[in-house]
Design a protein around this ligand. Structure first.
Ligand code: MN
Length: 251
């Protein structure tokens, strides 16, 4: 199995090495990752300037750093080294639960793989107070990969690890809304600047990724690329036929 590893924390993040060390038990590993941290940039791609990559020594792994985004790294990796059977993105320092999936660069790496006809698995762990204990997570990463890698029907999965997992659960994405307040503060020159903050406005629903993590379970959420609200579409086609055009009709 050809495995491409990417992240959004940058190629020197300890999470990427831990993931590569476990992943090599399952196939041939190549690392292609951003040269600097690119967290929270979602599925951004670089189209207004060229990209380049450099070979980078990462403890015995074939690794390349790219002056681009996580999605760029997957595209470059597939173009230069050939399409991988699966892209593993992470292990991110910071969970990617619920609403975070919309801006996660980690998940975008996995999504880019799915968009290019491969498979993607995003893996994230909590932001620790001190240094992250990735060594302690290795057995859980192994368990997750043993479950997900043979499951060819799963083309995109978002995985989150608690600090000390008690087990593993299949979950759905939490859609808890947040207030998204932008809080003003002062910079050292006395000018006003702003911090984007996230505070939830709803309780965590049972069966969601956030619910699993609150209970110290590893969360595995199967995702799809199709954002269409199929129920809403069906209803509109039935109740609002005036705007329903078949391909043969002139719009
Ligand atoms: Mn990150």
């Amino acid at each position: 199995m050809r495995i491409l590893i990417v992240n959004d924390d940058g190629i020197y993040s300890p999470g990427i090495l831990t993931l590569a060390q476990v992943a090599k038990e399952y196939g041939d590993v190549t690392i292609v990752a951003p040269d600097v941290e690119r967290s929270s940039m979602g599925h951004a791609v670089t189209h207004s300037r060229p990209l380049s990559y450099r070979k980078t020594a990462i403890q015995g792994f074939e690794a390349f750093r790219v002056d681009g985004t996580p999605a760029d790294c997957v595209a470059i990796g597939f173009s230069v080294a050939g399409k991988a059977d699966v892209v593993l993105s992470g292990i991110n320092i910071g969970l990617n639960l619920g609403n975070s999936m919309w801006h996660s660069g980690t998940l975008a790496g996995a999504k880019q793989a799915a968009l290019m006809g491969s498979r993607g698995i995003a893996l994230s762990a909590p932001t620790p107070v001190a240094e992250p204990n990735f060594e302690g997570l290795k057995s859980h990463v192994r368990e997750v990969l043993s479950t997900l890698l043979p499951a060819q029907e799963l083309t995109l999965v978002n995985v989150n690890f608690p600090a000390e997992p008690k087990g593993t659960l299949w979950t759905r994405q939490s859609v808890r809304h947040y207030d998204g307040k932008v809080v003003p503060s002062k910079d050292p020159m006395g000018r006003t600047h702003y911090w984007f903050t996230v505070f939830p406005v709803e309780e965590t629903e049972e069966g969601t990724d956030r619910w699993a993590l609150d209970r110290s379970f590893v969360s595995m959420t199967p995702l799809r690329l199709d954002l269409t609200d199929h129920d809403a579409l069906k209803l509109q086609l039935k109740t609002n036929p005036a705007t329903h055009h078949t391909p043969s009709q002139k719009v």
